[in-house]
Design a binder for this molecule. Structure first.
Ligand code: BDR
Ligand code: CA
Length: 313
């Protein structure tokens, strides 16, 4: 099988970093055409710097990294330093990147790459707010039908929200963008909090990263050490949830996940529930299904895959 050609749209973030490392470690299944950065966990200057730090950590300095939108489509930017630290990548002490950003805007790279490939080839993997993707769809509507699928981290149904009682961070930051993407007609696979809160870095899983005794293994253990303090305190959970790596793991082994093909709409009006993913899990409406909304994960299988792949870097 040919590797899947993907663009990772990202706002690193420790869990984004692990998702990127997993993709870069898996060339048989995944060809990363580029990383497009967006403002989210931290402002754009930091996410576009962190993405390059992660590429250099992986020893993949030839990956194309672009800076994209620095704010949501219609709202002020909300960031998450309270979760990810001041840099967005707090935990390990990693050097500043030497590889440059590629000149040009991430949105134009997304548009050009989709146009340059046959329809049905490019998979988009958003790990942050959907601003770059929705902006590309608005600017170049001809690309929408050419996208093979979108596999994204965002939303929640049974788990509710993590930034408000009803909204998950990525969707909350730019609900307007999320609405455009969910209405686009592109096949969408969603990794919501319902799944990612089961992908917890417990102590033995963290020890397994550290036991790789590589720069990458140590850095990932330090990132998840840092990231876990927030969720342990908030949810009383056993460790850090690896939200975004669920996206890249799905590309490698979709059988690790189960879900339902259902209708998912985004709340864009109510301040109370802004950014909620209104998921018709029980199929109580006749609204047309537009997304495969995952509900469960084989967490042991996921961590076995992740640890095995990280060991390659
Ligand atoms: C999502 O928000 C960010 O904090 C994480 O990187 C992840 O993409 C989880 O809600
Ligand atoms: Ca993210």
């Amino acid at each position: 099988m040919q590797p899947q050609k993907i663009i990772i749209d990202t706002d690193p973030g420790q869990d984004d970093a692990v998702a990127i490392l997993l993709a870069l470690a898996s060339p048989e299944e995944i060809e990363v055409l580029g990383l497009t950065c967006v403002a989210g966990n931290v402002p754009l200057d930091l996410t576009s710097k962190n993405a390059r730090i992660v590429c250099e950590l992986a020893g993949k300095t030839n990956v194309k990294v672009f800076a994209g939108c620095d704010r949501p489509m219609g709202r002020d930017l909300v960031t998450a330093e309270h979760v990810h630290g001041k840099t967005g990548l707090d935990g390990p002490n990693l050097p500043d990147p030497t590889m440059p950003l590629i000149p040009g805007h991430a949105v134009d790279f997304i548009i050009d790459t989709i146009r340059d490939h046959a329809p049905g080839v490019i998979t988009l993997c958003p790990l942050g707010p959907l601003t770059n993707i929705a902006t590309a769809f608005e600017k170049a509507p001809d690309i929408v039908k050419r996208v093979k699928k979108i596999v994204l981290m965002g939303g929640g149904y049974f788990e509710g929200g993590n930034i408000t009682p009803t909204a998950e961070f990525n969707i909350y930051v730019d609900p307007q963008a999320a609405d455009i993407v969910f209405k686009s007609g592109v096949p969408i696979v969603v990794m919501p909090l319902d799944v990612t809160h089961k992908a917890l870095v417990t102590k033995p899983r963290n020890d397994a990263f550290r036991a790789l005794s590589t720069r990458v293994g140590t850095a990932v253990a330090q990132m998840t050490d840092f990231f876990e303090r927030f969720d342990k305190e908030k949810y009383g959970s056993e460790g850090a949830p690896l939200h975004d790596p669920c996206v890249t793991a799905y590309l490698i082994n979709p059988d690790l996940f189960t879900g339902r093909h259902i209708n998912v709409e985004i709340e864009t009006q109510s301040e109370l529930t802004m950014g909620m993913t209104v998921a018709d899990w029980w199929r109580v409406t006749d609204r047309t299904p537009n997304a495969t909304f995952m509900g469960d994960i084989d967490a042991d299988g996921f961590f076995a895959l992740l640890t095995e792949r990280l060991a390659r870097l």
